[in-house]
Every structure is written in structure tokens, then in C-alpha cells.
Write a protein that binds this ligand. Structure first.
Ligand code: HEM
Length: 451
């Protein structure tokens, strides 16, 4: 076990004024929180205007996500910043609309389908390695992993590489959107009255409309190809031809645009973030890097089965998701009054679930801030994996792409380390901050050399 602690953002002082808190929050939700949240089971944010509860106790997390998800729907506020882009997508909806969407989408991501998706994923990984071969000097790796993860999504969803003109444009515009709209914004904690106008930064709405027009072009073309019987057998075709088992209906083109927007956003930002942190951790812990590189020889066999042999890479990727969960916090809303830990939780209260704090909880995990992929084989690691590890959320609303991401991440990590040795760049230690996902304040810089 290594003693160096991977980067952790500083916590704020335990007492600050509400206004100071809001200011800190606007900069970054991670460093705006006090250190006691790493030890607390539950915390209340009580202000003159709103009440939110952070829930950090495994049985309460289970209650919200697994046992009674219908009583804790997604808060409408969470979607405020994303609505112009995501419309009525499965990430934002609730109730019957959401249930129908999941019935149509889920079959495309079932275990068996992953095997069909694998060649496209592998081709994207090979393209990423090739791009890196052309790079000299220090590399900002988040940029590269975003590119790679976006490529994975376009190839698996629409059978087109990122070099395709429309795909490339969607990718660039999403990057601009991400910089202006965090996935978890202030609005989720501070309920704004309905009459108050919502301000989007200049260009945000226009940018969203342009991204949606590009996606509409892809889905309309695909709908026509399905009609003509010439569509490739990829995720888009699968989703667009799957009938809701209860009503027999399929998605129409407009509904599909909403879903494609979220697959792209949820599927590439998150994987890119995790992969960039995983590579940084490998640079920080060369003994683990060598283990992953040695194991990666299994990938000379191109079959899907070879990925199942990447046990060390998976443990490293899982440890990365623990320390740097790409979605650091999620928000639900209490639809009826509750009593938790002897505290009254009023109807309408915002319930914050924080993978970031739960994954580093000092009363649950051994060596909570340390990097130790071997922990997953220990009793404490196994128990915490079941009870205190939710990088993909849990229950019926669990990430649809969890299985997909757990193939993609270890695969790309192994393919890069099979080819390159990586080292940190002096003077450029990354500082985690929460943008749309957990990113580094000034990028993640690595020095690559060919093995
Ligand atoms: C490391 C990679 C990933 C991580 C850590 C991740 C994490 C998450 C989390 C935490 C949620 C729940 C958010 C909430 O309830 O507020 C979620 C939802 C979702 N994710 Fe992922 N995700 C990843 C990759 C993917 C991929 C590759 C796809 C699709 C190709 C995807 C598609 C979705 C969708 C559609 C939802 C909404 C599900 C619903 O609300 O019913 N994700 N993801």
C-alpha cells in the first residue's frame, strides 16, 4: 500500500455565512462543503429560504434509491440547466413517462448486447492509442479521454467515428455547453420561485438548439434507413425498433433526439472523467501501472472474452470511481413528510445523495482517502462495495450504461498502458472540482513515452 494520498479538494471552514456558502458553491460544490460531511450520517442545510438534507448513511441511501424510489423522485430543479439540451430525456423525467422510456432503452444495454457493441468500442480505443502516438511533450489527458469517450458513443450508437462531420460538431458544441451548465447546479439546492426568470448564459439556449438540430439529422436519417431495411445493427437501431412491452409503441424521432442527447452527455462526460483520473492515478502509482500494463497482454486476443481477464484494470477503474465519482452528487425530492434519524424531513425537501462523501466516509472505509485497488478483495472493501459504493447510483434508476462503462473504462485504460508508460508532469498536480462531472481545475497533465 502506498502512503501518498491522491488529490482531494480542501474543505471549507466549518462555519460560514449563507452568502459565503453560496459563493463557494458557485465556484465548486466539493470545496464548498465542510470536512464533517466525511464523518456525518446525515446533515441538514437549513437557511431562511430552503431545506436540504444530505444523506450519508447506507440504510437511508438504500431506502431512497432501492426500497422507495417512487417516493423520492428526481427533483425538477436538477434539470433546470439541462432542460434546453435534454428536453424530455430519461435522465430528467419521472413517473410513467420515465418508466416507459426505461422499458424501451434498457434492452439495448443488457449483458448480451454488450458483446455486439464491443468491436465498436475496441475500434475507438485503438483510435485513441493512435492519436496519442502522434503527441509529443506533456499531454492534457482530459481532452484526449473526452475525445475517446465521445468516439465510443458515436461508434456504438450510430456506427460513425468522431471524425464524421456531424459527430465532430456535436462533440465540440457539447464541450461549450458543459462549460456553461453544471449537471448539478445551484438551483438544485436553492429552490427558485416559479415566476423568477431563469438566466442562461448568453448562447446557451442557442447552442442547445444547434446540438439538437444536429442530433435530429442523425436520427431522421436513421429512421429512414430502418424503414428501408438498410440500418446497421447498432444501439440506435436497437432502441428505435424496440417496442414498449406494455403498450407496443416505439420512440418517435423527436423522443429519440432527447434520448440521444442524454446518451451522449451522460455517456461521454462521465467515462472521460473517470478515465482521465484513472490515468493520473496510474502515473502517481507506477507499481499499479506496471501491473495493469502486464495484464493488458490479454488484449492481444481480440475477443470480447479477453476483457473479462482484465481484473487488475477493473479494480483500478473501480477504485478511481470511488475516489473521483464522475457524478459527485445526486438530488431527490421527498414527496411526503418523513422522519429520518429522528429529524423531521418535510414534504418537498431536497435530498442530496453524495457519492463523493459516501465513498470517502471515514466511519465506513478503511484508508478512505488512500488509493488501494487491492481493497476490493478485502472484507471491508467487499462490504463497502455493497453498502457504500454508488458511482452509478442504485435501484431502478441506476445508470443504464453501468455495464457498458465497466467494459469501456478498463479496456481503454489497458490499451493505453499497453502502449505507453505515463508519468505526472512536475508542478501540475490536478485539483478536483465539480463541473458537469468531477474534473480537474487546470486539466490533468501527463508525460507519455512509448513502451
Ligand atoms: C463511468 C461512467 C459513468 C458513470 C460514473 C455514470 C453515472 C451515472 C449516475 C450516477 C447516474 C444517476 C444520476 C441520477 O440519478 O441523478 C446515471 C444515469 C444515467 N446514465 Fe450513466 N454513468 C456512466 C456512463 C454512462 C454511459 C456510458 C451511458 C450510456 C451510454 C450512461 C447513460 C445514463 C443514463 C441514460 C442515465 C439516466 C438513467 C435514469 O435516470 O433512469 N451512463 N449515470
Amino acid at each position: 500500500m502506498t502512503l501518498t494520498i491522491p488529490p482531494k479538494p480542501p474543505a471549507r471552514a466549518s462555519r460560514v455565512s449563507l452568502w459565503r456558502y453560496l459563493r463557494l458553491f458557485r465556484q465548486d460544490i466539493l470545496s464548498a462543503q465542510p470536512a464533517k460531511l466525511y464523518r456525518a450520517w446525515m446533515a441538514e442545510f437549513r437557511t431562511p429560504f430552503f431545506r436540504s438534507f444530505l444523506v450519508n448513511q447506507p440504510d437511508l441511501v438504500k431506502l431512497l434509491l432501492k426500497d422507495r424510489p417512487d417516493d423520492f423522485p428526481k427533483s425538477d430543479r436538477i434539470g433546470e440547466g439541462l432542460k434546453p439540451l435534454l428536453g424530455n430525456s430519461v435522465f430528467l423525467t419521472n413517473g410513467e413517462t420515465w418508466k416507459r422510456q426505461r422499458r424501451i432503452i434498457d434492452p439495448a444495454f443488457e449483458g448480451g448486447r454488450l458483446k455486439d457493441t464491443y468491436p465498436a468500442m475496441r475500434a475507438a480505443a485503438e483510435a485513441a492509442v493512435k492519436r496519442l502516438e502522434g503527441r509529443q511533450g506533456p499531454v492534457e489527458i482530459e481532452e484526449e479521454t473526452s475525445h475517446a469517450a465521445a468516439d465510443v458513443i458515436f461508434r456504438t450508437l450510430f456506427s460513425i467515428p468522431i471524425e464524421h462531420e456531424v459527430a465532430g460538431q456535436v462533440f465540440t458544441r457539447f464541450r461549450d455547453y458543459q462549460r456553461s451548465q453544471p449537471l448539478l447546479n445551484l438551483a438544485a439546492f436553492v429552490p427558485l420561485p416559479g415566476w423568477m426568470p431563469r438566466f442562461f448564459r448568453r448562447g446557451t439556449r442557442r447552442n442547445a438548439a444547434e446540438i439538437r438540430a444536429l442530433i435530429a439529422e442523425l436520427t431522421t436519417e436513421r429512421m429512414a434507413a430502418i424503414g428501408a431495411g438498410t440500418a446497421p445493427d447498432d444501439l440506435a437501431t436497437k432502441i428505435m425498433t424496440t417496442r414498449d412491452p406494455q403498450t407496443g409503441s416505439t420512440f418517435d424521432t423527436a423522443e429519440m433526439v432527447d434520448q440521444v442527447a442524454i446518451f451522449f452527455l451522460a455517456g461521454h462526460e462521465t467515462s472521460a472523467s473517470a478515465l482521465a483520473w484513472a490515468l493520473y492515478l496510474m502515473a502517481l502509482y507506477p507499481e499499479w501501472q506496471e501491473k495493469v500494463a502486464a495484464e493488458a497482454a490479454a488484449l492481444e486476443d481480440e475477443s470480447f472474452a479477453s476483457v473479462s481477464k482484465l481484473k487488475i484494470s477493473r479494480d483500478v477503474f473501480r477504485e478511481t470511481l470511488r475516489l473521483y465519482p464522475p457524478v459527485p452528487m445526486m438530488v431527490r425530492q421527498a414527496s411526503c413528510p418523513e422522519r429520518f434519524r429522528n429529524r423531521a424531513v418535510p414534504k418537498g425537501a431536497q435530498m442530496v445523495l453524495s457519492p463523493w462523501h459516501l465513498h470517502r466516509h471515514e466511519r465506513l472505509w478503511e484508508n478512505p482517502d488512500g488509493f488501494d485497488p487491492a481493497r476490493w478483495g478485502t472484507e471491508n472493501g467487499k462490504r463497502c462495495q455493497r453498502e457504500a459504493f454508488i458511482p452509478f447510483s442504485a435501484g431502478s434508476r441506476v445508470c443504464t450504461g453501468a455495464g457498458f462503462a465497466m467494459v469501456e473504462g478498463p479496456l481503454i485504460l489497458s490499451m493505453i498502458l499497453r502502449r505507453f508508460r505515463i508519468e505526472p508532469v512536475a508542478g501540475k498536480a490536478p485539483v478536483p472540482v465539480a463541473h458537469l462531472t468531477v474534473r480537474s481545475k487546470n486539466g490533468i497533465w501527463l508525460q507519455l513515452s512509448k513502451r
